[in-house]
Design a binder for this molecule. Structure first.
Ligand SMILES: [Zn+2]
Length: 149
């Protein structure tokens, strides 16, 4: 293969990766679009009412001490960090609330069901309305788990 063609192919691949990344970011900003973004623990699709739980990721996050939102490395994790801070729930307290990985899965499911019940449509991750929706969904999940919040 000649060098010019190799460079052309590399450029096409880089452009495709950039386009995919941009599309992912767009979906993230949509928040509740119908493609879960990588690393998401669960999500609700307002278009068809589907709730998807990423059980392996939830179990991993429980075992890591809730790194997803306690030490976030993704935009959605940073949003959850703000949500838990506003609710004044530390990872240590949260562990006592959910008790186990199974409890954490139940919490995420109840959180997504709350988004569905409340008719949340999502929005930009850090917009005040979106943060308020996340707090509301967390509250409902906690109340459903017998934690009056
Ligand atoms: Zn949520």
């Amino acid at each position: 293969m000649n060098i010019g063609l190799t460079i052309l192919i590399l450029c096409i691949c880089a452009a495709a990766m950039l386009a995919k990344h941009t599309a992912d970011m767009g979906r993230m900003d949509m928040g509740r679009g119908c493609e879960p973004f990588p690393g998401a623990l669960g999500y609700f699709c307002p278009l068809d009412g589907r709730i998807v739980l990423n059980r392996p990721a939830i179990i991993r996050d429980f075992n890591s001490g809730f790194k997803y939102w306690a030490e976030p490395s993704t935009a959605s994790g940073r949003q959850k960090n703000v949500v838990f801070r506003r609710m004044k729930i530390t990872p240590q307290e949260f562990r006592k609330i959910v008790k186990s990985a199974a409890g954490y899965i139940r919490f995420i499911e109840l959180h997504e069901l709350a988004h569905k019940r409340l008719g949340h449509k999502g929005g930009p991750l850090m917009a005040e309305g979106t943060i308020q929706n996340e707090i509301e969904a967390n509250r409902e999940a906690l109340v459903a788990m017998g934690k009056l919040w």
